[in-house]
Design a binder for this molecule. Structure first.
Ligand code: FAD
Ligand code: NAD
Length: 443
């Protein structure tokens, strides 16, 4: 049986294009079906957009830390920041689309649906293929409350023409705390509503509390153990009622209560492709319950963090699998994760909680960031880290809260992934004085 394509991807995000481009350049016939912007969430309404809006926030914070060496007020102009963000990201779909087309990938615009195990329909047109990769990503969860249509999601925030005077953020995850940080720096009066006691539950809680204390010190109101029960329109915005009796008046409300897999209306049930509420079920070769159909990226039901680097790793693995360069199961390395809050949180590998639960296997060494002379250069006054070592004193995990935490964790990553011992560490001649030198100097 001959098909039009060897591999047809549904969705064009990092779960697709990082693997599809090199795959096509090896002579494999590849097609990509996309109903929205080429490149998916991360470039257009996720990482790249967010980090551009965060850039002035981070600079402002660095300047403030250097007082009285540097003095004077800076003002974050939201309209200019938004224009800058648009200038930085607007060209990305064309750039990614161009890269795909340059190696012969057919980019098909429209919504795809499985017609059978070897056919995807886009409207009236059908495309046949040997293998299919489902890489359809996530969509925002909406609070099931009366007035939910008055709430907004992260994509709306990233395009806000004006920064609201009073913004309420519901949720305590990545999006909630990163966007609360940006809105606060842009002059909004921000309230963050947590339905439980904790935020960012997958991070080391004492470090999360440092982030929350700093947000509060910057003027953000934090309401814990508070569930929003209804939203009603008012003359100036939205009123939220809660289980505690607190009533919140806002100009604008961000519902940041999580994201759910895009599994609906793909034809999965008709074909018997298994999935759960957490996403599409795959085996250790990212193969679904239908053998020639695979899944990649955020839509997979998995324990690994749903992040761009994870999606890149999965699409790259599938590229090697489809190019007959491997038959091995996917072997995830330690995957780091970070929040672009002020200060940042970042972590990788064995967690402090895991280490404390197994004292026979691990030791934890902690450092207070301002004790490091290099951090004194920028007058960093807060922050801590915890390094986790195995019984051979090899680094197996690290977590940090500080303004430079992502760079520290990125620097230490090879030691964890490649199990560096004293011999390898001695061979590392790193640039000095840098944050990398500061990170390595702790080992
Ligand atoms: C606000 C925000 C900030 C983020 N920040 C970070 C960050 O700083 N760092 C980080 O690592 N990660 C971040 N992420 C997560 C990151 O964006 C995702 O992990 C990544 O985009 C996953 O890629 P993917 O290809 O699996 O899915 P997506 O990028 O979501 O791509 C899926 C694509 O499939 C398309 N699609 C869906 N159904 C169909 C269909 N039936 N037919 C055709 N096309 C379809 C969609 O239109 C979409 O383009 C952020 C996410 C958000 C929302
Ligand atoms: N820095 C980054 O890497 C980054 C940034 C943004 C987003 N992301 C990714 O995007 C995805 C989504 O992020 P997110 O922040 O939407 O999800 P999340 O899972 O991090 O946070 C969801 C939050 O909503 C809360 N919540 C859930 N149900 C609720 C309810 N009924 N009422 C009130 N609160 C409720 C949860 O307790 C949690 O605090 C994640 O996969 C994340 O990895 C990553």
């Amino acid at each position: 049986m001959t098909y039009q394509y060897d591999v047809l991807y549904l969705g064009s995000g990092h779960g697709t294009f990082d693997g599809a481009i090199p795959l096509a350049s090896k002579g494999v016939k590849v097609g990509v079906i996309e109903e929205g912007l080429i490149g998916g969430t991360c470039p257009n309404r996720g990482c790249n957009a967010k980090i551009t809006l965060d850039a002035p926030v981070a600079v402002q914070r660095q300047l403030a830390a250097l007082n009285p060496v540097l003095t004077g007020q800076t003002q974050l102009h939201w309209d200019a920041s938004l224009a800058h963000k648009n200038a930085v990201i607007d060209g990305l779909p064309a750039m990614i689309g161009g890269l795909l087309k340059s190696v012969g990938v057919d980019v098909i615009n429209g919504r795809g649906r499985l017609a059978d195990a070897h056919t995807i329909a886009v409207g009236e047109t059908t495309y046949t293929t040997d293998k299919i990769v489902l890489a359809t990503g996530l969509h925002p969860h909406r609070l099931a409350i009366p007035g939910q249509e008055l709430l907004h999601d992260s994509t709306d925030f990233l395009a806000l023409p004006e920064m609201p005077k009073h913004l309420v953020v519901i949720g305590g995850g990545y999006i909630a705390l990163e966007f609360a940080t940006i809105a606060n720096a842009a002059g909004s009066n921000v309230t963050v509503v947590l339905h439980g006691d904790q935020a960012l539950r997958s991070f080391h809680q004492p470090f999360v509390e440092q982030v929350l204390r700093e947000l509060t010190a910057q003027g953000v109101t934090l309401l814990r153990n508070t569930s929003v029960e209804a939203a009603t329109a008012t003359a100036t915005g939205v009123q939220l009622t809660t289980n505690t009796g607190t009533v919140l008046d806002a100009d604008w409300v961000l519902d940041a209560t999580g994201r759910l897999p895009n599994t609906a209306n793909l034809g999965l049930e008709d074909l018997g492709v298994a999935y759960t509420a957490n996403g599409i079920t795959v085996n250790d070769h990212l193969q679904t319950s239908v053998p020639n159909i695979y899944a990649s990226g955020d839509v997979i039901d998995k324990t690994q963090p749903r992040l761009t680097p994870t999606a890149i790793f999965e699409s790259t693995y599938l590229m090697h699998l489809f190019a007959d360069e491997t038959t091995a199961p996917i072997d995830y390395p330690a995957i780091p994760t970070t929040t672009f809050t002020s200060p940042r949180l970042a972590q990788v590998g064995v967690t402090v909680a895991e280490a404390q639960a197994h004292p026979d296997q691990y030791t934890v060494e902690t450092h207070h960031i301002p004790d490091d002379w290099y951090r004194q250069v920028g007058q960093e006054t807060g922050g801590d880290n915890a390094l986790i070592f195995d019984r051979d004193h090899r680094l197996v995990g690290a977590t940090e809260v500080s303004d430079q935490a992502p760079d520290v964790i990125n620097t230490l990553l090879p030691a964890i992934v490649f199990h560096y011992g004293p011999a390898e560490l001695e061979r590392l001649v790193y640039l000095f004085p840098t944050i990398g030198a500061s990170a390595w100097g702790q080992l």
